[in-house]
Unconditional design. Structure first.
Length: 444
């Protein structure tokens, strides 16, 4: 079978005006057809949350005269895509089924689906006389999934641009509607969750990736067989980035409850306008005064980055030192040690500063990335080797390395957060359809 792949750069299209994009002349056979973004969003709003994606794919498929259109959501493991299908009658073999929905897992294999996500470019593949377009569904660097469209003829440049924009719109549709239904999360879960895992999952931010003009952030959690209470968090303010990584003692539900107290306290104080030291003090008291089932504690690193200067204020509460990659060399950042949260009622926390330079990469991890069998991974060396990859790729590669040496089930959670500092805070981000292509990983 003849297969040919074309990498399609998708610059901003002048025809996509601020008043809404028009899919006009997208193929030779539908040059007189068109659909306005407002019409698409109206159809989405009319549909039930479980049918919101189908409202978009049905419309774009009709306009393009597509042979078929499919949406694939990123699996929660980060190592596969999941094809979600609505099957109102009968059973579709080869996938998990719940009511009228079917989820079929497509593991990453280095093929065009994975490469489209990695490169954040629309890829077109000719196969058996059909042309399959694969467009990343991305928002602020978070690779939510993939839009696949099969056409009977080669797509024009206008078609590629339009599909790229539709995929970006689809990202917002998924984000908005997953608040109202379990369908998308059900599709993403290829393994059952324990109660502790369910609690822990709710503590993590809604997106594991965030791209901004001055920084790129990505984080990952590889859970242990018995949940170890590791978490990460971040929030972007007007001129500040708040971030944290924490590790609650113990395993199972008790550890998840300890993490809930810790993260809940940090967020509550941060949202009330408290300083970094205020966050540390209140988290400490929260664990001392409300510990579930007796004394407990958690380690962590709290950070507040000034986006105008690159100065990162840090509080280290008994946590492993982060790595700083500068000029292609990774070195540990030795921070003044404070006591973990929940150990002593009296005594002040102290903060220090790290001055970041454009091009720096900061890597924060929990001890599950460093101890026991995971210690066989030379983390500093591997971080240096992965300097050309986007942080969303790096966290997955490092998690895979730990699984290779300490898995297939981990004795402790492995959690990491990577921050790339670019500088130039303001309005300098150059994006295409939800991602900044210059920061994306190069397809292999």
């Amino acid at each position: 079978m003849n297969r040919k792949r074309v990498d399609c750069e998708v610059p901003q299209c002048p025809a996509l005006s601020a008043g809404g994009f028009m899919l006009r002349g997208v193929t030779d056979s539908v040059t007189s057809s068109g659909t306005d973004l407002s019409d698409v969003l109206l159809q989405v709003e009319k549909a039930a949350p479980v049918d919101a994606v189908e409202a978009v794919t049905r419309r774009i498929g009709t306009v393009l005269g597509a042979l078929w259109v499919s949406f694939l959501i990123a699996d929660m493991s980060g190592r596969a895509l999941v094809r979600l299908s609505h099957v109102p009658f009968g059973v579709m073999p080869g996938g998990r089924q719940q009511d009228q929905d079917v989820a079929v897992v497509l593991p990453f294999d280095g093929g065009p689906q994975e490469q489209a996500l990695r490169s954040q470019h629309v890829l077109v593949e000719e196969s058996g006389g059909r042309f399959v377009m694969r467009a990343p569904v991305t928002q602020r660097g978070e690779a939510i999934g993939l839009l696949e469209i099969a056409l009977p003829a080669a797509p024009t440049e206008a078609t590629v641009r339009a599909v790229s924009q539709v995929a970006h719109t689809l990202a917002f549709v998924v984000i908005a509607n997953r608040r109202h239904t379990d369908l998308f999360e059900w599709g993403q879960r290829t393994t059952p969750f324990t109660l502790a895992a369910e609690i822990q999952r709710r503590l993590l931010p809604a997106s594991f990736v965030c791209e901004a003009d001055s920084f790129t952030l990505a984080a990952w959690l590889e859970p242990a067989a018995s949940i170890g209470g590791d978490t990460f968090d971040y929030s972007v303010a007007r001129d500040q980035l708040h971030l944290s990584i924490t590790d609650a003692v113990g395993h199972g539900v008790q550890s998840a409850l300890t993490a809930t107290l810790c993260v809940g306290s940090l967020r509550n104080t941060r949202r009330a306008g408290g300083s970094l030291l205020d966050q540390a003090e209140t988290a400490n008291l929260a664990l001392l005064d409300n510990a579930p089932g007796g004394p407990t504690f958690a380690t962590g690193i709290l950070g507040r980055l000034d986006l105008r200067t690159g100065i990162l204020a840090v509080v280290n509460a008994g946590h492993p030192a982060p790595l700083l990659v500068r000029d292609a060399t990774a070195r540990p950042v030795h921070l003044p040690a404070n006591r973990p949260f929940g150990v002593l009622r009296h005594g002040l926390y102290e903060q220090t500063q790290i001055t970041l330079q454009p091009g720096d990469r900061l890597v924060m991890v929990t001890d599950g990335m460093l101890e026991r069998d995971a210690a066989a991974v030379d983390l500093a060396a591997r971080v240096q080797d992965l300097g050309g990859l986007h942080p969303r790729e790096v966290v997955r590669v490092l998690a895979d390395l730990v699984l290779d040496v300490a898995g297939p089930t981990l004795p402790d959670d492995a959690c990491l957060l990577i921050l790339d500092w670019h500088g130039n805070h303001g309005d300098t981000r150059d994006t295409t359809a939800g991602a900044e292509p210059a920061r994306a990983s190069t397809p292999s």
